[in-house]
Design a protein around this ligand. Structure first.
Ligand SMILES: Cc1cc2nc3c(=O)[nH]c(=O)nc-3n(C[C@H](O)[C@H](O)[C@H](O)COP(=O)(O)OP(=O)(O)OC[C@H]3O[C@@H](n4cnc5c(N)ncnc54)[C@H](O)[C@@H]3O)c2cc1C
Length: 684
C-alpha cells in the first residue's frame, strides 16, 4: 500500500460501482489519485460487429456509470478518451504520473490479446498492473488451468471443477468515496477545472485516424456495405477528449455514424436500472425459487419477459454476476412454498452456463468464434461457411455462397422467411436487440440443422450485430450447441416452425406484435397463415405471397434431408482442427458421402410482402429481392403441413435438452470425456 499510488482505473467489462473486486483492489492501494477511464476502442467500433442497439445500451450504461461516479465523488466522472488503447493509455499514464493500472480481467480472446500488449507497455513504463477477475462466478483462467487446458464441454465438468474452488464470493458494496482524478500540480477547484487541466495535459496528442489494430486496415464491419447498421461517417475520433464544451464526455450514437430512429429502445442500459430490476425480481421469492428455464415462455416480449432479462446488464458488467447469484440465493430462502428448482434449470444453473461457455472459450481462444481450427466444434458441410485465403486469413467481405442459401440468409436476417414464428423473433432481435432463450433455440436450429443448412457462423454473426447481450463466449457456444456442432448431440430433436411457438402461446401475441401485417389472422392460422383459405386471408387483409411472403422452404422436406445429412456428418466425426478441415477437403468429402449438393430451388412467388412495416424492411441499398432466388417449383407451393397434421413429437422444450444432455453425459461418461479432450479423433 502506498499513499503515493496514482491509479488509472480502466473500465471495460465492469460498468458499475457495486461489487467490483477490481475497483476494490484499486481502492485498497489507498491511492492519492484515481482516474476512472473508458477508452473508446476503435477495434470495437470497426472490427467487431456491433449494431445500433448495443452501442446505444453501452452509451447509456457509460452515462449512468459517470453519474454514479459523480454522485460518489462530486469532483470526478468517467473520463472517456477516444483512441487505440495500446497507443493512448501509455500516453495517459506518462502524462498523469500513473503508478498503477487496475483492470477487471477481460477473459475473451480479443481482450487477452489486447491486454498482453498493454501489459508489455506498462512493464516498459514501470506501471504496475493489477488485474482482478469479476466478470464471472469463477475465474475462467483458473478453471481452464484446473481442467488441464481443455474446454469445459459439459455443465457437469464445470460443476466438478468449481466444487473445489470454494463458494462464489459474496458481493461487496459500492465505495462511499473515490479519490480525485487530479494532476500532481493541480489547481482545480471543481470538476470543470479538473477536466480542463486533464485535457490540457493531453495537448498535442494526435487524434485517432485508423480503423482498429486488427484485421484489414480499411474494413469497417459495421458499414452498410458489409451488412452493418452504420450509414454515416464516424466523427467520435475527431478529438481525443471529446468536444471542448463537454470534455471527456460519453460519445453520442450519431458520432458513431448510427441512426437511433431505426431501432426500438425497449431495454435501457445502466447500473441503476440493473439494480432496480434485480431488486424487483428478487422480491418475488416464488419466481426465483421455482424458476425453471424450459417452462418460461419465448412468446413474451421484452416488456413482459418470462425470464429475468438480466443478460444485457451482465454483458456490460452493469450488474455483478456474484450479486445476482447471492441475491437470488437470499430470495430463495424466503420461499415457503415447497422445494425449489435446482441447476441447470434454475437461475443459478443459467449463470453456470454462462461460466461454462466462458471457460470453453478461454481454452479454445479465437477459434471458438468459427469452425476452422476449432477443435471443440464438429465439422458439418454447411452452406455459406466462413471463407479463408491460402494463408488461412478470413476473406472479407465473405465471397457469396450458392444463390438459394444467400437469399434465404438475407430473408432470415430481415425476418421475411414466410414462417411467422421465425420472422417475429428475428424482427424482435433486429428492432430491440433481445430474444428469449427458446426463441434463440428456434431460430438457430432453423438456420442450421433444422431447415436451411447454413453455417452457424452466419447466424452467430447476425446475433453479434443485433444482440445487446452479445457475448464472445455464450454466443458462439450456444450456436454450436443448437447446431449440434458441440456441447449437444441430439440432432434428431428439432423445433416445429408452427407447433413450437403454439405450445407457449396459441394466440400468437409475439407474431401480432412484430409481424403486424398478420395481426388480423384468427388464432387458428396465426402460426401458418399460408394454410389459411383465401377468404380468411382476405378477411385478415393480408394475402400470402402478396402482403406477406410464402414460406421460403419446405419445412418437412428440409428437415428430413438434413437429418440424413447430420447422420453422415456425425459418422464422419470431423472436427474443426482436423487436417481435412484445415486443408479444405472436408466439404467435398462429406458431400460425396451424403449425396446432397446445393439447396433445392423453391418457388418464392411475389416476394417481398408489400405490407411488411417499414422498420422491418431492408435498409436502403440492402433491399432483399428475389434476385438470385430460385424460380419454378410448385406455384406458391409451400408444402407445409396443415395444422391438424402437425406432428409435434420432434418438438422439444429447449433446455430440457440440456438436462438430457447432462444426464447423457453422466451415463456415457467415457464418450463425453473423450469429446472433451479437444482432440476429437475420427472414428475408425
Ligand atoms: C443461439 C444462441 C445465442 C446466444 N447468445 C447469447 C449471447 O450472446 N449472450 C448471452 O448472454 N446469452 C446468449 N444466449 C443465452 C441465452 O439465450 C441468454 O443469456 C438469455 O436468453 C438472456 O435472457 P435472460 O437474461 O432473461 O436469461 P435468464 O433465463 O433470466 O438467465 C439469467 C442469466 O443467465 C445467463 N444465461 C442463461 N442462459 C444461458 C445460456 N444458455 N448460455 C449462457 N448464459 C446463459 C445469462 O447471463 C442470463 O442473463 C444465447 C442462446 C442461444 C440459443
Amino acid at each position: 500500500m502506498s499513499k503515493s499510488a496514482r491509479v488509472l482505473y480502466w473500465f471495460r467489462t465492469d460498468l458499475r460501482l457495486h461489487d467490483s473486486p477490481a475497483l476494490q483492489a484499486a481502492l485498497d492501494l489507498k491511492p492519492a489519485a484515481l482516474f476512472p477511464v473508458w477508452c473508446w476502442d476503435p477495434n470495437y467500433v470497426y472490427k467487431h460487429r456491433v449494431g445500433i442497439n448495443r452501442f446505444r445500451f453501452l452509451l447509456e450504461s457509460m452515462t449512468d456509470l459517470s453519474s454514479n461516479i459523480t454522485s460518489t465523488q462530486s469532483k470526478s466522472q468517467l473520463l472517456v478518451v477516444r483512441g487505440e488503447p495500446t497507443e493512448l493509455l501509455p500516453e495517459l499514464w506518462k502524462r498523469w504520473n500513473i503508478t498503477h493500472l487496475v483492470i477487471e480481467k477481460d477473459p475473451s480472446a480479443y481482450g487477452r490479446r489486447r491486454d498482453r500488449l498493454i501489459l508489455e507497455a506498462a512493464k516498459k513504463s514501470k506501471v504496475e498492473v493489477v488485474a482482478v477477475q469479476g466478470h464471472h462466478l469463477f475465474d475462467p483462467e483458473e478453471v481452464t488451468k484446473r481442467n488441464k487446458g481443455k474446454p469445459t464441454m459439459a455443465m457437469s465438468t464445470l460443476q466438478k471443477i468449481v466444487a473445489d474452488m470454494g463458494a462464489v464470493p459474496k458481493p461487496i458494496d459500492a465505495p462511499k468515496d473515490l479519490p480525485l482524478p487530479k494532476l500532481k500540480d493541480s489547481k482545480a477547484k471543481n470538476l470543470k477545472d479538473t477536466l480542463k487541466e486533464l485535457a490540457k495535459s493531453l495537448d498535442g496528442l494526435p487524434h485517432y485516424t485508423g480503423k482498429g489494430r486488427e484485421g484489414p486496415a480499411s474494413v469497417d464491419l459495421n458499414s452498410t456495405e458489409l451488412g452493418g447498421q452504420r450509414d454515416k461517417k464516424v466523427t467520435c475520433y475527431d478529438t481525443v477528449t471529446g468536444e471542448a464544451s463537454d470534455l471527456f464526455s460519453v460519445p453520442t450514437l450519431e458520432s458513431l455514424g448510427m441512426d437511433r430512429s431505426k431501432i426500438r429502445e425497449t431495454i435501457k442500459g445502466g447500473e441503476t436500472l440493473a439494480l432496480e430490476r434485480l431488486a424487483k425480481i428478487c422480491k418475488d421469492a416464488e419466481y426465483i425459487a421455482t424458476f425453471a428455464k424450459p417452462k418460461t415462455s419465448p412468446g413474451q416480449s421484452a416488456e413482459d419477459p418470462s425470464t429475468t432479462l438480466m443478460s444485457p446488464y451482465l454483458k456490460f458488467g452493469c450488474l455483478s454476476v456474484r450479486k445476482f447469484w447471492w441475491d437470488a440465493e437470499e430470495a430463495k430462502k424466503k420461499y415457503k412454498g415447497g422445494s425449489a428448482t435446482g441447476p441447470p434449470e434454475n437461475l443459478n444453473g443459467q449463470l453456470l452456463f454462462r461460466d461454462m461457455y466462458a471457460c470453453a472459450e478461454h481454452a479454445i481462444g479465437d477459434a471458438f468464434q468459427v469452425i476452422r481450427g476449432n477443435s471443440a466444434c464438429r465439422y458439418i458441410d454447411w452452406y455459406c461457411p466462413t471463407a479463408y485465403d491460402k494463408d488461412g486469413q478470413v476473406i472479407l467481405p465473405r465471397p457469396p455462397g450458392d444463390a438459394v442459401s444467400e437469399a434465404r440468409l438475407s430473408a432470415y436476417k430481415l425476418g421475411q422467411t414466410g414462417f411467422p414464428w421465425i420472422d417475429a423473433l428475428m424482427r424482435q432481435l433486429r428492432l430491440e436487440g433481445w430474444m428469449h432463450h427458446l426463441g434463440r433455440h428456434s431460430v438457430a436450429a432453423f438456420l442450421t440443422r433444422g431447415q436451411c443448412w447454413i453455417s452457424w457462423e452466419r447466424g452467430a454473426e447476425i446475433f453479434d450485430e443485433y444482440l445487446i447481450d452479445w457475448d464472445p463466449c455464450s454466443n458462439p457456444g450456444n450456436w454450436m450447441w443448437l447446431s449440434c456442432s458441440a456441447f449437444f448431440t441430439q440432432y434428431f430433436r428439432l423445433y416445429g416452425l408452427i407447433t413450437f411457438g403454439q405450445k407457449y402461446d396459441k394466440t400468437g401475441a409475439l407474431i401480432r406484435k412484430y409481424c403486424p401485417e398478420l395481426k388480423n389472422f384468427p388464432d387458428k392460422y396465426i402460426y401458418d397463415p399460408f394454410n389459411a383459405p383465401k377468404d380468411v386471408q382476405q378477411k385478415a387483409g393480408c394475402i400470402i405471397g402478396k402482403d406477406y411472403p410464402f414460406p421460403m422452404l419446405d419445412e418437412k422436406e428440409t428437415k428430413s434431408e438434413n437429418m440424413q445429412r447430420m447422420k453422415i456428418c456425425y459418422q464422419a466425426n470431423l472436427h474443426g482442427a482436423d487436417k481435412e478441415v484445415m486443408n479444405g477437403t472436408a466439404e467435398a468429402m462429406l458431400r460425396k458421402k451424403h449425396g446432397f449438393k446445393e439447396p433445392k430451388e423453391f418457388d418464392w412467388a411475389n416476394r417481398p410482402g408489400a405490407k411488411i412495416p417499414d422498420w422491418a424492411k431492408a435498409p436502403e441499398g440492402e433491399e432483399h429481392t428475389t434476385e438470385g432466388a430460385p424460380s419454378g417449383g410448385k406455384k406458391g407451393g409451400a408444402n407445409v403441413k396443415k395444422e391438424e397434421e402437425h406432428d409435434s413429437d420432434d418438438d422439444v422444450l429447449g433446455q430440457e435438452d440440456e438436462h438430457k444432455e447432462e444426464r447423457g453425459t453422466k451415463r456415457k461418461g467415457a464418450t463425453a470425456a473423450k469429446s472433451e479432450t479437444g482432440k476429437n479423433k475420427k472414428k475408425k
